[in-house]
Design a protein around this ligand. Sequence first.
Ligand SMILES: Cc1cc2nc3c(=O)[nH]c(=O)nc-3n(C[C@H](O)[C@H](O)[C@H](O)COP(=O)(O)OP(=O)(O)OC[C@H]3O[C@@H](n4cnc5c(N)ncnc54)[C@H](O)[C@@H]3O)c2cc1C
Length: 387
Amino acid sequence: MFDVLVIGAGFAGSTAARRLAEGGKKVLIVEQRAHVGGNAYDEPDENGVLRHVYGPHIFHTDSTKAVEFLSRFTEWFPYEHKVLGYIEGKLVPIPFNLHSIEACFEPEKAAHLRKVLVDTYGMGTKVPILKLRESDDPAIKELAEFIFEHVFKYYTMKQWGYTVDQLDPAVTGRVPVSVSEDDRYFGNSFQQMPAEGFTQIFRKMLDHPNIEVQCGENAVPRLKPLPEEGKILWDGEEFTGPVIYTGILDELFGYCLGELPYRSLWFDVQSHAGDYQPVTTVNYPTPAEQHGYTRISEYKKLMKNPPAERTTIAVEYPFAYDRSAEKGNIPYYPVFTEESQEKYRGYKELADQIPNLYPLGRLAEYRYYDMDKITEHALEFAEELLK
Ligand SMILES: Cc1cc2nc3c(=O)[nH]c(=O)nc-3n(C[C@H](O)[C@H](O)[C@H](O)COP(=O)(O)OP(=O)(O)OC[C@H]3O[C@@H](n4cnc5c(N)ncnc54)[C@H](O)[C@@H]3O)c2cc1C
């Protein structure tokens, strides 16, 4: 009855489904949650606040392809994300920049540190903390140690459960030190949020006569991958069309090579009167004994027409993923260690033995994608498949 089977209705599955449907394919999407949208799902709460249920999502990109595609399903409003970090009792701009130096050091010392940083790396550059720490200049070294201690060290330990040294440098490289006075968190050319939220995008994207969506059902019990025979069964029968799988690969293969590690999150959602904090996100890069959480997000600051009276915040606690735990039972982020990547390669080899099975997205590919990147990737993937 259908040509393509898609597991998961997040950005990866929904974007691929839409493109394939427009290419004339009949697509069935099976989504285990009660709703579409994956981790970008948002819904209005009792305060009239559009809450991002799986953590705050900010759209920012330089990809014309992603913007053109998504703009078919939404209007946008300009939004430039700003983050403050709680450092020694003060709230200072994150990524750590020249303004942060002024907030953290006495004026004379701050002026000297600013000058050395600008002279060495150039105004407007972004420098990974690991590179800054390797500097031979004593002033830069001292600054690097301060930033490492107060911005990266404890945040990384809380976020990932590992020290910075144990993780792939790409993880800490994602939030560099910014040699500039630009307090925005992102530097992309397109920084806008969907006017009616992300969920509306998915509803419109999946509203196509060639797409059928089944929510509330885990697809794994209905799938049986047989790598040694190079095929995959759906409801007990061989399915020869493309199976686009956006869930976790270890689950699909019955954890036969052991469980892949993921980092999970739990949100303590609170309601308050008025406003809670000066910007959408305040990071707490402090030791776990001081603040057990990593950040607090205030959702109404992400809305076009926020309600005035009350506000909703989410206090974010990282956990090791454990599928049977009460808190931390959703796989949010792959954990990048050498061992985990080796194990993932084992699962990927099994998947590669089935020519019509396509792992797609941040879970199935075991890598981090922003929303724009996965949209672009899924579009290119579907276009290739249609050829
Ligand atoms: C806390 C957090 C904050 C983020 N913030 C940003 C941000 O600010 N900006 C940004 O650009 N990106 C952000 N991202 C990244 C963004 O969430 C991803 O780019 C996007 O979710 C990737 O889409 P996906 O479809 O690959 O995965 P997902 O959104 O996770 O979708 C996968 C879907 O598959 C479903 N599924 C899995 N297994 C099965 C199964 N067996 N059967 C049926 N359904 C299944 C899941 O329920 C889910 O709905 C953030 C991610 C997280 C975790």
